[in-house]
Design a protein around this ligand. Structure first.
Ligand SMILES: Nc1ncnc2c1ncn2[C@@H]1O[C@H](COP(=O)(O)OP(=O)(O)OP(=O)(O)O)[C@@H](O)[C@H]1O
Length: 402
């Protein structure tokens, strides 16, 4: 327990505060150990806490929760539950905990990735994104800060470099659905997200100019790939003297759609071909996820089953929904309760969405997909180079996996 960090869930049975993880636009994220039944298994969870009297927009919270709740995939942070603290002061969102920070921090500490390492993360990002899209969720805020890293269950000790894990010891998980939209047919009208990762059509968007969020996500994923390979953004003006000037210059460059790869960092021609297909200013001509997945640079080392796994998974989840911790009705009950007038301090009991130790729905649900991975049923998640950190040969043309 960390004595310096306020503990909003101190009266919530089963939750023990470990430390603060960070602060976002909507509140803070804290690491808790959760043990829902006495003597039962404990797990570390990340809990996003939002003070009710500071929550300006419940529609955004609702959108985030409803989009995120239905996503159950190895490369998406798992949403577990939404609750109200017993004192009614905080709304909290319980999520899977990614124990190795985010991709931006990892990149800063490790420096640019070699090509095969960038591919390892990019494959995971694309599989996670393809799954989200197949489930009808566009993210609209893909960037390295929102791509979290978690040690793989089969992480290899000899690949650890001090406190810095080797890429092949890490799984990438898409997080933060705060700007996401559910619904395949919805064309987001508003301009949201971070400029560096924004597609040109997003910058041009307005009430009468819509864009396809799927294509915009693909563009952002391409920027992430570029940043992993070259440790800089393709559109930027680092010499600008003010933040505004830098932002304006970046926007102009994105709108012109012109970028180059630094000559000082050689990458394979197939890699540049893929980047060109993704960072294509015309969303109609931009590569689709299917095109990316069948691209020769992308598919190195992947068993064929990896390319159809999402379709199979989505079909399975449509027929038999995964065991969500909360039903839609339970989530909606918490949201409704949260929007009622804030109760005076100490005035609350346990409400419809609160977690009661004796309630039936509190049984902790094992992470089936992690389990599946442990059993080896998710082929693309396996360290492709089990006998060392790098593939044979330069330039990252990886050996086959397994
Ligand atoms: N599931 C998680 N596991 C581990 N760390 C997390 C998790 N979710 C969030 N964090 C960390 O908590 C911090 C805040 O996250 P949060 O998603 O609230 O905000 P953000 O992404 O920084 O900003 P915003 O939501 O405003 O876009 C981030 O630095 C992130 O690394």
């Amino acid at each position: 327990m960390n004595a310096q960090v306020p503990d909003p869930l101190r009266e919530q049975p089963g939750y023990t505060l470990i430390k603060a993880l960070g602060t976002g636009a909507f509140g803070s994220v804290l690491l808790y150990r959760r043990q829902l039944t006495e003597g039962g298994p404990a797990e570390d969870v990340a809990v996003k806490v939002i003070a009710r009297d500071e929550c300006a927009d419940y529609n955004l919270v609702s959108r985030e929760v409803h989009s995120h709740r239905i996503l159950v995939h190895p490369h998406v942070i798992r949403f577990k539950r939404l609750g109200l603290t017993p004192d009614r002061h905080y709304l909290y969102m319980v999520m899977e905990y990614a124990d190795r920070g985010d991709l931006l921090d990892y990149l800063r500490r490790r420096g640019r990735f070699r090509e095969h390492e960038a591919r390892w993360f990019f494959q995971q990002l694309v599989f996670g994104l393809d799954y989200c899209h197949q489930r009808g969720v566009v993210n609209r805020d893909l960037k390295p800060e929102n791509l979290l890293l978690k040690r793989t269950p089969d992480a290899r000790q000899e690949l650890t470099q001090g406190d810095l894990e080797h890429p092949f010891n890490l799984h990438l998980k898409i997080a933060d659905f705060g700007l996401s939209k559910e619904g395949v047919h919805s064309l987001p009208k508003s301009r949201v997200g971070t400029v560096t990762y924004m597609a040109p059509e997003v910058l041009r968007a307005g009430p009468s100019r819509r864009y396809d969020g799927h294509k915009a996500d693909i563009w952002s994923a391409g920027i992430v790939l570029y940043v992993m390979l070259f440790a800089r953004a393709p559109f930027d003006d680092p010499l600008a003297t003010t933040d505004k000037a830098r932002r304006d210059a970046t926007m102009q460059q994105i709108l012109r759609g012109e970028w180059t790869a630094p000559a000082s960092v050689p990458v394979a021609p197939e890699c540049l071909h893929l980047l060109r297909g993704i960072l294509c200013a015309d969303p109609q001509a931009r590569f689709s996820l299917a095109q990316i997945m069948s691209h020769p640079w992308f598919s190195v080392g992947l068993p064929p089953a990896a390319l159809t796994m999402n379709t199979v998974l989505v079909r399975q989840q449509t027929v038999q929904p995964p065991p969500y911790e909360q039903t839609v009705d339970e989530v909606n009950a918490v949201l409704e309760e949260a929007q009622r007038k804030v109760a005076p301090a100490g005035g609350g009991g346990i409400g419809p969405g609160g977690e009661m130790t004796d309630s039936g729905f509190m049984t902790m649900i094992a992470d089936e997909l992690e389990e599946e991975n442990r059993r080896g049923n998710a082929p693309y998640m396996v360290n492709p180079y089990p006998h060392g950190g790098a593939p044979p040969g330069a330039g990252g043309q990886a050996a086959g996996r397994r």
